[in-house]
Design a protein around this ligand. Structure first.
Ligand code: DGY
Length: 431
């Protein structure tokens, strides 16, 4: 193991990470961080559950159960649940206008109208593994809801085999260069006047641009005008991009769902069909020109030409493909801290601006775990060691510069603390 693990006293950092999870706990759900993100976010919450599992297994399950209290009748699990309205965030429930959405069914929790990378089945499976005795009945109760969520993903987003996004926020990688072509095709006319709140909480250099925000809001209005009708959005929206984050997290979660089905004695035929379809879809994301998995604009068929940290989730997804290794090694040689969210040699690289360069602990966790599982031991160990150095040197920030480690975005961040507790901390041993 790298030197960094021998020199760190993990104990105070473990306690600080636990304190952050408690600090961000709003009673049954956890906010990503005070101020900037005052609600329950889908994949943030799944990671919060994973973090809680290191020291409070009951609270871990509660986090996931609260997330599913917002599941729509059609199976969709929204990307934000607005449990208590907070004027410090934009856009709130009044902008999303999902109260009479098609597909919403009897769900009473106010929410956004899109989803997010479906890591929840994978992380619920890990919460179960952390304490199978405590988890068996909770997993059994959750299983049909997870199944309904994945059924919705396959029906509403996987027409190409890969999983598509209908909004950059759905990928969780809001301003990644992966969407630049599709975003350039939107003329954001008719966007109602609005005031951004994010730049009041965080340095604007670390956030998406105003041009991006106008298009984010335009896309929300576009879908709202169609009452969040998936078929109409799929047919008419200028924005539909097949995304490696969605595809690889869905594939991994589907494999983990299969493990849960076997444990619970449920059928696996439908799940096996999803796995085969997602594997086919992943194949169409391989870009031979960049030597990496890439986003693909479904309106034009064009690759984004973006080497991102999502490109390297293929091992997490269980693909044994070694073709990305050469590109991975080039990216790792060029960055002081890995994994950058965008290739340092690209003109669109920006070391502080959200998903156009910075390192994210959750992506490191999934990428490195997948690599370790598939024998890429040195690469996985480097990613973990860099995650540790970033946190030790700069705290539990939302993200970090891959060039100099600058902590960026929100502070005391839930998923950074969670990933520390579940994986990065030297107290987790060789992980
Ligand atoms: C935000 O508000 O920045 C979020 O990423 C939207 O999900």
């Amino acid at each position: 193991m790298t030197d960094v693990f021998d020199t760190i006293d993990a104990e105070p950092l473990d306690r600080e990470a636990e304190r952050i999870l408690r600090l961000n706990d709003r009673g049954g759900y956890t906010v990503p961080t005070e101020g900037l993100y005052p609600y329950q976010w889908n994949w943030d919450s799944a990671f919060a559950g994973l973090g809680f599992a290191a020291f409070d297994i009951d609270r871990a399950w509660t986090e996931i159960e609260t997330l599913f209290s917002g599941q729509w009748g059609n199976g969709m699990v929204p990307h934000i649940l607005f449990h208590r309205v907070d004027a410090g965030y934009f856009p709130g429930p009044d902008v999303w206008g999902t109260e009479d959405a098609l597909g919403r069914g009897a769900c009473k929790v106010p929410s956004s109208g899109i989803s997010q990378p479906p890591v929840v089945a994978s992380l619920a499976w890990r919460i179960y593994l952390a304490d199978p005795t405590a988890g068996h009945d909770r997993l059994a109760a959750l299983f049909p809801k997870l199944l309904a969520y994945h059924r919705w993903i396959m029906a509403a987003r996987a027409e190409s085999g890969a999983v598509a996004i209908t909004h950059p926020w759905e990928a969780g990688r809001d301003n990644a260069p992966d969407w630049d072509e599709a975003m350039a095709g939107i003329d954001p006319v008719g966007v109602a006047p609005y005031t951004r709140r994010d730049t009041g909480h965080v340095d604007p250099r670390m956030r998406p641009t105003q041009a991006d925000y106008d298009r984010y809001i335009w896309l929300v209005q576009f879908a709202r005008e169609r009452r969040w009708d998936e078929a109409a959005i799929a047919a008419e929206s200028p924005f539909r991009v097949a995304d490696p984050t969605m595809t690889f997290t869905a594939l991994r979660s589907t494999r983990d769902l299969r493990l849960a089905a076997e444990l619970l004695g449920a059928g696996t035929d439908e799940i096996d069909g999803w796995i085969a379809r997602l594997e086919d879809g992943a194949a169409m994301l391989w870009n031979p020109e960049t030597g990496a998995y890439d986003a693909r604009n479904l309106r034009t068929g064009n690759f984004a030409g973006s080497v991102s940290n999502a490109s390297f989730l293929s091992w997490w997804a269980g693909l044994e493909d070694r073709r990305p290794l050469e590109t991975l090694r080039r990216v790792m040689t060029g960055a002081r801290y890995v994994l950058p969210s965008h290739d340092l040699s690209a003109v669109s690289f920006d070391h502080l601006r959200y998903w156009r360069g910075p390192v994210w602990a959750i992506m490191n966790y999934m990428a490195a775990s997948g690599m370790a599982e598939q024998g890429l031991t040195a690469e996985g160990a480097r990613i973990r060691a860099d995650t540790v150095r970033l946190i030790v040197e700069n705290g539990f920030a939302e993200y970090f510069s891959p060039s100099d480690g600058t902590p960026a975005g929100g502070a005391t961040f839930t998923w950074t603390a969670a990933v520390w507790l579940a994986w990065a901390s030297p107290s987790r041993g060789e992980a």
